[in-house]
Write a protein that binds this ligand. Structure first.
Ligand code: GDP
Ligand code: MG
Ligand code: K
Length: 271
């Protein structure tokens, strides 16, 4: 059995460092079709299973605003890899989790590689990885990619998850004022035969026209979805997209305040 794993994360989170660690010199480098964004893929040399790894471009979001975002979201939603390794810079966790909340909604099995743990430990910060794992609904494995630490456990949990994929993950928007609108759109998408509907439902609520065009929905379904999105848009002064971003940040800061304790070393240094 061969598996395809995709590395996804913010720029500078350590994706290439992890990719090189996993694949050694055994990588193929090219460009994504039509753009000069580097495409790197290779075989993992550290597992007995046959695992193909692709290093996606660094992104902050799954929106359509940069070529990198479009490449990453098209690859993830259309090529459906067996698993996403979401690499998160643990020294900048609040910003990195913004992408994580979106990746979870794709419905693809995912593990979080919590990277730069050497820096976290140096600062004296404490991250409750088990708490984070429970909260997000996906495995969280601390690693230090530059030193090759934690890679073995990361691969063990990733392979186990790819072999036995289970529904996972929670959406940051579930228990918010948008929950009903998202469920309404999901119901319509289900009737249209779409599987990973959570990601699409949220994109359609954001009136993402690229996704809308790609889905090629029947006119009746399309109109029903537009009505839900328009009704939601009418309820508040801000754009739904802005509200969604705010809700994600609120969800993340709650999680971070619960599970991360900043050490004293940084403060002491600044006096
Ligand atoms: P990418 O943009 O996600 O591909 O990130 P890179 O792999 O290029 O890494 C960005 C920077 O972070 C480089 O200078 C790496 O050497 C450094 N880096 C990567 N992993 C770690 C780590 O575990 N600890 C520390 N301290 N630095 C790291
Ligand atoms: Mg890179
Ligand atoms: K509005």
């Amino acid at each position: 059995m061969a598996y395809r794993f995709a590395l996804a994360g913010n720029p500078n989170s350590g994706k290439t460092t992890l990719f090189n660690n996993l694949t050694g010199s055994n990588a193929h480098v090219g460009n994504w079709p039509g753009v000069t964004v580097e495409r790197k893929e290779g075989k993992c040399k550290k597992t007995k299973e046959d695992i193909h790894i692709i290093d996606l471009p660094g992104i902050y979001s799954l929106s359509p605003y940069t070529p990198e975002e479009v490449i990453a979201r098209d690859y993830l939603s259309q090529e459906a890899p067996d698993l996403i390794i979401n690499i998160v810079d643990a020294t900048n966790i609040e910003r990195n989790l913004y992408l994580t909340t979106q990746l979870i909604e794709l419905g693809i099995p995912m593990v979080i590689a919590l990277n730069m743990m050497d820096e976290v430990n140096k600062h004296g910060d404490v991250i409750n990885t088990e708490g984070l794992e429970k909260e997000l609904g996906v495995p969280v494995i601390p690693i230090t990619a530059v030193k090759g630490q934690g890679i073995k456990e990361l691969l063990e949990r990733a392979v186990a998850f790819a072999k036995n994929p289970k529904p996972h993950g929670k959406t940051a928007l579930e228990k918010t004022q948008l929950g009903d609108a998202i469920e309404g759109i999901r119901e319509i998408l289900k009737k249209s035969g779409y599987g990973n509907t959570l990601y699409y439902a949220i994109k359609l609520l954001e009136k993402d026209s690229i996704i809308k065009d790609k889905l090629k929905l029947d006119q009746g379904f399309s109109k029903a979805i537009d009505e839900i999105a328009a009704a939601e848009e009418g309820k508040a002064e801000e754009e739904t997209e802005t509200i969604i971003a705010d809700l994600r940040y609120r969800y993340i800061s709650e999680i971070v305040s619960k599970h991360i304790k900043k050490g004293r070393k940084q403060e002491e240094l600044s006096f």
